[in-house]
Ligand binder design. Structure first.
Ligand code: ADP
Ligand code: MG
Length: 352
């Protein structure tokens, strides 16, 4: 069993604490994604698992081994970085086999493992090329191949697709998902991109300022966020948040042009709250007049309408189908009450 367990893990650089007591269990064979905005501590946490950063406090287990103070080479992990870090003077095959060569493996073993990784990643036509004669996507495949060849128990990826253009990113994302299916190893994957997190993960860990905000399956986080940060971070475009107050047990939101009866424990009168509703759950009603369409973006299969309420709040609505609202129109809004969230304006915690 090669799950990964973090117990109250803390990281300080000098006086500056960047990881604040993280507890996490990643199961054997799981694809776990750390996601969060730039600077929230994703790479630091991953590098602590890899052994590239010392763990200031707490424990890290891989399988049943306490690896907290082990060298990276003893941990049974292999890491793939955003910058591919290939040796320019070596061929693809040599790059992939180099780690094994350094640890004294015989040539036949190295050749066999390189051939295996090459088959998985479809690198056979390129084995004799040097990195400079490869595209970005091919280079990233070689970097992944180098990790596979080492036969790690746990794969660690730090934003491996961030240097690729949008089209290749999607292609490589699918390849990484396929790779995980084929190899079945535990993988930890760091990204700031919520789409990558949603599409790749069995388990998403949302981080902010060195703390875990929420852990869960992608669709559970999407449907059931614990707080405003997770609600806003997961889903694209972001959830709309609109100011509201509580009066006579009802949520009054001028920005939504409505009094809402939400099936939650509505707090006491006078409390400041925010209503959250996703662009894909809003519908524009052309006979209403509470909102003005300022701008529309037609992407083809989907359009986004940017509305302003009478109270000046901005709201994004997703529109599909053949008819698309145009800028300048005045509309009302309708939305399903069971897909409408309530958050405390102060604590930003979900009110359920
Ligand atoms: P992410 O990968 O989520 O963008 P990082 O883990 O790289 O974030 O960084 C988290 C925080 O730790 C940042 O505030 C960063 O400036 C700080 N940090 C990272 N490495 C060091 C270091 N070697 N010394 C001091 N601070 C660091
Ligand atoms: Mg990083």
């Amino acid at each position: 069993m090669t799950g990964v367990v973090l117990n109250n893990v803390v990281k300080r650089f000098g006086d500056v604490q960047v990881i604040h007591g993280v507890d996490l269990e990643i199961e054997d064979g799981e694809f776990c994604v750390f996601v969060g905005p730039s600077g929230c501590g994703k790479s630091t946490l991953l590098r602590m698992v890899a052994g590239l950063e010392e763990t200031t406090e707490g424990k890290i287990h891989i399988g049943d081994r306490d690896v907290t103070d082990m060298d990276p080479s003893e941990r049974g992990v292999a890491m793939v970085f955003q910058t591919y870090a290939l040796y320019p003077h070596m061929t693809v095959a040599q790059n992939m086999g180099f780690g094994l060569k350094m640890t004294g493996h015989p040539k036949e073993v190295i050749d066999e493992k390189v051939a295996g990784a090459s088959a998985i990643l479809k690198l056979d036509p390129y084995l004799d090329r040097r990195p400079k004669a490869l595209s970005g996507g091919q280079r990233q495949r070689v970097a992944i191949g180098r990790a596979i060849v080492r036969g790690p128990e746990v794969f660690l990826f730090d934003e491996p697709l961030s240097n690729l253009d949008a089209e290749l990113r999607v292609e490589m994302r699918v390849e990484i998902a396929r790779l995980h299916k084929e190899i079945g190893a535990t993988m930890i994957y760091v990204t700031h991109d919520q789409t990558e997190a949603m599409t790749l993960a069995n388990k998403i860990v949302v981080l902010r300022d060195g703390k875990i905000e929420q852990v869960g399956k992608p669709m559970d986080l999407y449907r059931d966020p614990d707080n405003k940060f997770v609600g806003g971070f997961i889903g694209s475009p972001s959830m709309n948040f609109v100011d509201a107050t509580v009066s006579a047990g009802k949520v009054v939101s001028p920005g939504l042009g409505k009094e809402l009866e939400l099936p939650v424990n509505v707090p006491e009168d006078g409390r400041k709250v925010q209503v959250g509703v996703r662009p894909e759950h809003l519908e524009m009603n052309p006979s209403g007049d509470t909102h003005t369409v300022e701008l529309t973006e037609a992407l083809g299969g989907v359009s986004f309408a940017y509305l302003t309420s009478e109270t000046g709040e901005r709201i994004v609505v997703e529109e599909r189908g053949d008819y698309r609202t145009e800028a300048g129109a005045t509309v009302g809004l309708t939305f399903p009450i069971d897909k409408t969230y309530l958050f405390d304006a102060q604590t930003e915690l979900r009110i359920r």
